[in-house]
Design a protein around this ligand. Structure first.
Ligand code: SAH
Length: 174
């Protein structure tokens, strides 16, 4: 975060990271990570690298992390910070609503921006038993959808109470 905000960095709130985006509230990062329910060595895709904080948490859990950010300055800054801190995720600057098919399937996919609908591309890149954790709603509030892939065209969906994210912008987003 910007050094002017360091004094607030341990508060459980969303803080600005530039380009009208925010680092998610730490509680939300923890909750989404918990809902992924992954074990060390599994493969996870994050949509919305932002500051790189959630990405670092996923790396700390021993996961193989892939993360996509659509804003180039955020992508570049988080890439630099993550490298400085010794994390080795695979990062790319692109529209994450389409997923990252080259490395699919994933044991977990976490979307850290609010979507209008669940992108079909992301569902199709889940491994059998894999989970997609994605906030879906309008631009003012969302519910967390936890979608588990049971078979080729068989998905189970659980919906959890209100969250507030910045919008997911893209082909299968806003
Ligand atoms: N996980 C981040 C949260 C950042 S906020 C963190 O720990 O800091 C959500 C991020 O999603 C923003 O940086 C925004 O630019 C990005 N985003 C929005 N739509 C996107 C899309 N279609 N593809 C990739 N990133 C997207």
């Amino acid at each position: 975060m910007d050094s002017a905000l360091w004094i607030r960095s341990y508060e459980d709130i969303a803080l600005p990271i530039g380009l009208d985006q925010t680092i998610s509230q730490p509680y939300t990062v923890a909750r989404q990570t918990e809902l992924l329910d992954l074990k060390a060595g599994q493969k996870v895709l994050e949509i919305g690298t932002g500051s790189g904080y959630q990405c670092a948490v996923l790396c700390e859990l021993g996961l193989n992390v892939y993360s996509i950010e659509r804003h180039r300055p955020l992508h570049e800054r988080s890439r630099e910070h993550l490298r400085e801190l010794g994390y080795r995720p695979m990062l790319k600057c692109d529209d994450g609503t389409l997923g990252w098919s080259a490395y699919a399937p994933y044991d977990g996919i976490v979307v850290t921006a609010g979507a209008p609908v669940v992108p079909e591309s992301l569902k199709s890149q889940l491994a059998p038993g894999g989970r997609l954790v994605i906030p879906v709603g309008d631009t003012s509030s969302q519910h967390m959808h936890v979608i588990t892939r049971l078979g080729e065209d068989d998905f189970q969906e659980e919906i959890l109470s209100g969250f507030k994210f910045v919008p997911l912008i893209g082909r299968e987003g806003w």
